[in-house]
Design a protein. Structure first.
Length: 191
């Protein structure tokens, strides 16, 4: 299929790093460049810039199926973007072997959009982009398991995972041009 005949996608990139120019953010921008150069619409959200409240397990989203999350914070503006997106990209630095704090809050708060709810996120295409200071690829085991279990539960199709160990200082990822090209190619390959 030629690039011109591909269906154009709405791509939502969730940036989990508190660093404006962090390694996972640069990795995400490489993905976004690949997608936008092929005509897809890309929107990025820096989660650390939002006011987010953690899930309190209040159960309100279970009582009234269409209620959604009752927490009144900046995620209320993100939920419609999640529903509208064809592709959701999770970009995070590794924090204690899993999501960053901001991405973890968002993931917990997706319960109101779980597969058994009328307003769910079933059928999304997703990708995981992660960086770590740890030089061992094994450091990503917990994050990979969490991402894969979540994708399976939510009914998502993962198009890939790019996991980059050994990038600690801001900008270290610039020393891995092949990895940045790989992220760009993943974004460009959206069908």
């Amino acid at each position: 299929m030629s690039p011109a005949s591909k269906k154009k996608k709405m791509v939502l990139v969730l940036l989990g790093s508190p660093r404006e120019d962090g390694n996972s953010t640069r990795l995400a921008y490489a993905f976004a460049d690949g997608a936008s150069l092929h005509g897809h619409t890309v929107e990025s959200i820096r989660l650390s810039a939002l006011k987010l409240k953690p899930c309190t397990v209040c159960g309100s989203c279970r009582e009234t199926v269409a209620a959604g999350c009752v927490q009144k914070d900046d995620l209320q503006a993100v939920y419609p973007l999640l529903r509208k997106a064809d592709v959701v990209v999770f970009a995070t630095p590794l924090h204690f072997y899993t999501w960053s704090t901001w991405l973890k809050i968002l993931m917990d708060r997706l319960y109101c959009l779980a597969p058994h709810r009328p307003r769910n996120l079933r059928g999304k295409t997703t990708a995981l982009l992660a960086t770590a200071a740890d030089s061992s690829a094994g450091a990503f085991a917990g994050l990979k398991a969490t991402y894969r279990l979540t994708a399976s539960y939510m009914g998502w199709e993962s198009i890939g995972e790019i996991l980059v160990p050994g990038v600690e200082a801001e900008g270290d990822i610039a020393g891995k041009p092949k990895t940045l090209k790989k992220a760009e190619a993943l974004g460009a390959a959206l069908a």
